[in-house]
Design a protein around this ligand. Structure first.
Ligand code: GTR
Length: 434
């Protein structure tokens, strides 16, 4: 539980200049990319301490990891190399998006539907006068059937409008985004965001699609799916991502919000969802993945004991992805993509990835390396990325100008510490840093 008044963590910002060198077992693609390119660019990132645990302790390497080769984000399927930002946007990016649709998350059906927004409650003096509360219902209908996504949104009163906003795809119970603020949760620290001049919103993923393997009968699948689902039909993660875009549709109508400064954030299965939402929907200016792990930020090809594999995730959660993804159970090397390419789809927009030291199931180093290996795409846009050599120490963050990575001590969770680091990065991305 949070205390009503939260102390912002003091930031110690120091410039950290580092050059990229190899990271153990990764073999770069036989093309001229990755490490070689990164080595030529001495990169600058700004390090910020997140908490007292940042005392030079680093994440333990995994020397026994088998070697692997990543697919080249800049190698187009016709064999040509992508060398400009324009080529990436017009040729390679659509190709990579399509690969993720076809092989991992699945395709949204083209079934027509109608959509309406209703502000069902508004309180201009919420949070002791600090914020305006809006409760919004987004209703999606097809014929007589409909589905409603309930959104809780707080907008700061003492900030010039429009304001930037964070949207949490909440994969925990709705008590985590209590509109009454009687229950407070670090998972969605609304008072902290409001104090920093951000609007903050959340919806419950189950409103869009309940998180269970029910043969895609309920939720938005029940409403929009064809009678026979093809092997690349969307899974539940894609459904939640679609839901985040419907909330964005509403945001575009709300004059209090800066439509070009919207961040989408999720934790774990919600973090996978945030990445896929941000990859597809270019209206999200900042995409935040917290402890998202397998099929989120972490590289699938890194195989070491203790992390979740493609086979395991497809067995435990057979409804999360498209059917075709199961063909890669135990065959990660055969995937035409790896997760660094999902991060790259967000370029040149901002992306933030956070890990927790004890969260080996999500593979913190694999999450870091995805950000690093999305670097060649960020560099096409002249944006600083992160070099391959150094994970930040535990309890610290690295902010590039397009990408952010942090690792904090502790276990799998979305904590106030994580949020403060993401808000610090958002301040930089949205030009709000002092
Ligand atoms: C785990 C799952 C992870 C992660 C996590 C969560 O059981 O294996 O991929 O999504 O759940 O969402 O908390």
């Amino acid at each position: 539980m949070l205390k009503p008044k939260l102390r912002p963590t003091a930031l110690i910002m120091i410039a950290l200049v580092y050059s990229a060198v190899g990271d153990g077992p990764i073999k770069p693609h036989p093309g001229n990319w990755g490490h070689q390119k990164a080595q030529r660019h001495e990169e600058q990132a700004v390090r910020s301490k997140m908490d007292r645990s940042a005392q030079g302790r680093t994440f333990q390497p995994d020397p026994d990891m088998p070697a692997f080769t990543l697919p080249d984000p800049l190698g187009a399927t016709d064999g040509r190399r992508i060398v400009t930002a324009e080529e990436w946007m017009t040729r390679r990016r659509p190709e990579v998006l399509e690969l993720f649709r076809k092989h991992v998350y699945g395709r949204v059906p083209v079934t027509p539907y109608t959509k309406s927004f209703k502000v069902v409650q508004q309180d201009p003096k919420a949070m002791g006068g600090a914020a305006t509360l809006k409760q919004v219902q987004i209703t999606v209908s097809r014929g007589q059937a409909s589905l409603t996504i309930s959104v809780v949104l707080f907008i700061p009163n003492r900030a010039p409008k429009p304001v930037p906003a964070f949207l949490l795809i909440c994969n925990r119970g709705p008590e985590n985004f209590d509109p009454t603020r009687e229950r407070k949760s670090e998972f969605w620290p609304a008072e902290e965001a409001i104090a920093r001049g951000y609007a903050i919103a959340a919806f419950h993923n189950a409103d869009v699609d309940p998180d269970k393997d029910d043969g895609f009968k309920d939720g938005i699948h029940g409403l929009l799916d064809a009678a026979v689902r093809p092997p690349d039909a969307w899974g539940t993660i894609a459904a939640w991502a679609w839901g985040a875009s419907r909330v964005m549709d509403y945001f575009e109508t709300d004059a209090g919000l800066s439509r070009d400064k919207i961040a989408v954030i999720g934790h774990s299965r919600g973090g996978k969802t945030a990445l896929w939402a941000g990859a597809q929907d270019e209206r999200f200016a900042l995409v935040v993945s917290n402890d998202s792990g397998c099929a989120g930020a972490s590289l699938s090809r890194r195989r070491f004991q203790g992390k979740e594999s493609v086979a395991r995730i497809n067995t435990s959660f057979p409804h999360w992805f498209c059917e075709t993804y199961k063909a890669y159970n135990g065959r990660e090397d055969a995937l035409p993509v790896d997760q660094h390419m999902l991060i790259a789809l967000i370029a040149p927009r901002a992306v933030a990835v956070g890990s927790a030291e004890q969260d080996l199931w999500a593979d913190p180093r694999g999450e870091f390396l995805s950000v690093v290996h999305a670097g060649p795409v960020y560099r096409l846009f002249g944006r600083r990325a992160l070099g391959a050599a150094m994970m930040p120490e535990i309890g610290a963050a690295l902010h590039g100008d397009g990408v952010h990575y942090h690792i904090r001590e502790g276990k799998h969770d979305l904590t106030l510490n994580d949020w403060q680091s993401y808000l610090d990065f958002a301040d930089r991305v949205f030009g709000r840093s002092k």
